[in-house]
Write a protein that binds this ligand. Structure first.
Ligand code: PHE
Length: 395
């Protein structure tokens, strides 16, 4: 059952009941359709495209992100849509594969007529599709890609999460202060823009804080045997290993590190977040830490309402960061369409850029001049086969 807060909030987004002040071009002023929450005017649909890794190596990223996005769209539509129109979400699977994101996003824009694109989670895939959106003049919102280059693509590309210069610094300070590690090794996935960027920003922050990098080695995402590099890392005698990779590789690396007797903490960034990390890694990931965007244990009122709605929609499953950010990306899009008075791309871009203090489930979202969101990070620890909330780090 929906709470009153849910209903009020959805109606506010859907029916334009909140006062919009100082919004971008087309926002606020006259000319907004009046179709409120109770009077869906049937004036066509708003076609939103989404691309996600629903299958393949990072399938849990895409599935979670999509579940969150779909929940937002369903809530919006249940409240009558926006400006009298309902949303139609068209989701394409990029199969976690290089090359596919460009293909499916082209299709969503050119063939399906999407007025905005939501996606991706992985930075390399967002970087692949962003130029297509930019060229077409269609706004793209990445829910959770953190590499800074994503929004540098151009003024059509937005995100609702923090970026890796911040995340890298958070984990550098965490290593120094909480792990009390001065000598750290870095193990990077050279196939991933996310991993390379996060390794670089971590290193900068760690050196600045007085730490020493004793070994820097690479792997290729999808590899199965990491023992050669791990042997070299062990020989360098680090106090901890920073592993900015995705969950499948991270879990296998934790297992093989234990097998080699490399018994120091391994820690990573948001790319670790998947229940697959626990399923594959088992006791080898126990005790390890990573940073991410959100914890269902540390939510605002709106965050708590979201957790309940998500659990109701998805068989009691708890939402992870990707689910929460997927949800936020769709809600922010809907809010911008309402403030823009429609889906004209230039006006929509302006309204997205003017997003200010939006009460999102992952925290308040203001889109900054770089089209990123400045937000807190949370640190989670694997404890008894679960992710346990440790702390929140503010920007
Ligand atoms: N931030 C990662 C990237 O840019 C993706 C990710 C986001 C993974 C959130 C897990 C949770 O590639």
């Amino acid at each position: 059952m929906k709470t009153l807060a849910t209903i009020q909030r959805v109606m506010a987004v859907a029916g334009g009941l909140l006062l919009a002040t100082g919004c971008g071009p087309g926002g606020g002023g006259g000319g907004n359709a009046t179709g409120g929450a109770n009077t869906p005017a049937g004036g066509g649909e708003i076609i939103v495209g989404e691309y996600a890794s629903l299958t393949g190596k990072e399938a849990t990223f895409g599935v979670s992100s999509h579940n969150g996005t779909q929940l937002a769209i369903d809530e919006l539509n249940a409240a009558g849509g926006v400006l009298g129109k309902r949303f139609k979400l068209l989701t394409e699977d990029d199969q976690s594969k290089a090359g596919e994101s460009a293909t499916v996003v082209n299709k969503l824009i050119a063939r399906e007529g999407a007025v905005a694109i939501l996606g991706e989670v992985a930075s390399s895939r967002s970087l692949e599709a962003a130029p297509i959106c930019q060229q077409a003049g269609i706004p793209m919102i990445s829910p959770s890609s953190t590499n800074p280059k994503v929004t540098e693509t151009g003024d059509c590309v937005f995100r609702v999460c923090f970026i890796d210069p911040f995340q890298g610094t958070v984990m550098a300070n965490f290593a120094l202060k909480t792990l009390k590690a001065k000598r750290v090794a870095i193990f990077t996935d050279v196939k991933s823009d996310y991993s390379k960027g996060l390794a670089k920003f971590f290193k900068e922050g760690f050196l600045k804080g007085g730490g020493e990098i004793v070994s820097e080695l690479d792997f290729n995402g999808g590899d199965k045997d990491f023992k050669g590099q791990l042997t070299t890392i062990k020989a360098a005698n680090p106090e901890a290993v920073f592993l900015p990779g995705y969950y499948t590789d991270a879990a296998l690396i934790c297992i093989q590190a234990k097998q080699l007797g490399l018994n120091v903490p391994l820690f990573g960034g948001d790319g670790w977040e998947s229940d697959q990390l626990l399923k594959i890694g088992q006791e080898a990931v126990e005790g390890n830490y990573f940073s991410t965007h959100y914890s269902p244990e540390a939510g605002s009122e709106n965050g708590k309402r979201f957790v309940a709605a998500y659990q109701k929609a998805y068989k009691g499953e708890l939402p992870d960061a990707m689910a929460a950010l997927g949800y936020d990306s769709a809600m922010i899009l809907a809010d911008a369409i309402r403030r823009a008075g429609g889906t004209d791309p230039a006006k929509l871009k302006g309204a997205l850029a003017a997003t200010k203090d939006f009460d999102a489930v992952t925290g308040k979202i203001t889109i900054n001049p770089q089209r990123d969101a400045t937000k807190s990070a949370v640190i989670l620890q694997v404890k008894e086969g679960k992710f346990k909330y440790v702390e929140t780090i503010n920007p």
